[in-house]
Design a protein around this ligand. Structure first.
Ligand SMILES: [Zn+2]
Length: 223
């Protein structure tokens, strides 16, 4: 039994503090199949809706529990399961391109792990190719994989950076995420204009000139 006072979580979690770089998962996280999870979540979600006083015999509502459960497991939290990690094939850097490569404005949909509401934003990633390169679409897929789980933005930023380092076998990576948190915009402090920026730089990107070049690339907007 843990004897944590549930009220205690409020302060720290409303401020979106994170506890570790790894997404906190139980060792038995994937013992159940997706279908088993969908069934259980649908039952629980039905209970939530019922408790809120909603009439689940209504035609518009009766399919919602299963729809939500499927969306959780198959879509928005799909990235929890390591089996869904994108297959990243490394290619030899045949062109010997060794300048910065920037993939900007990668659309990002994630979910705040403290409120289970959307985080919507853009990710910008960059690396300086060494021996290896990966397909451009893989950069998007790495972002999406780590976004599709309950998240805090700082952790997501670092998880993406670490994955890029591994996939590309280089330390020279940069990740910058700008995102809106629905839990900040539509509740709590109700601030609709603020957004959150997080960045992780390593290798050459710790040097001013590389970082400046990266930032100038992502600031330049297309007409
Ligand atoms: Zn939140």
């Amino acid at each position: 039994m843990d004897n944590q006072d549930p009220e205690n979580d409020n302060e720290a979690m409303d401020d979106h503090l994170m506890s570790s770089l790894e997404t906190p998962l139980r060792p038995d996280a994937f013992d159940l199949s997706d279908q088993e999870k969908i069934n259980i979540i649908a039952d629980h979600f039905k209970e939530i809706m019922h408790t809120l006083g909603l009439d689940l015999t209504d035609d518009s509502l009766k399919g919602t529990p299963r729809r939500v459960a499927k969306m959780y497991v198959k879509e928005i939290f799909h990235g929890l399961n390591p089996e869904n990690k994108p297959d990243i094939r490394r290619f030899e850097n045949k062109y010997k391109y060794n300048r910065m490569l920037v993939e900007r404005d990668i659309t990002l949909y994630s979910s705040c792990e403290h409120h289970f509401v959307p985080i919507i934003g853009k990710a910008h990633v960059a690396y300086i190719p060494g021996e290896h390169v990966i397909g451009l679409s893989k950069l998007n897929r790495i972002v999406q994989y780590y976004a599709r789980r309950p998240q805090v933005q700082e952790r997501m930023t670092m998880q993406i950076a670490n994955e890029l380092k591994q996939a590309l076998q280089t330390e020279d990576v940069a990740v910058l995420i700008e995102a809106d948190h629905l839990c900040v915009m539509s509740r709590g402090v109700n601030d609709v204009t603020s957004s959150t920026i997080t960045a992780e730089y390593s290798g050459l990107f710790l040097e001013d000139n590389y970082r400046t070049e990266f930032l100038s690339h992502i600031r330049r907007r297309q007409v």
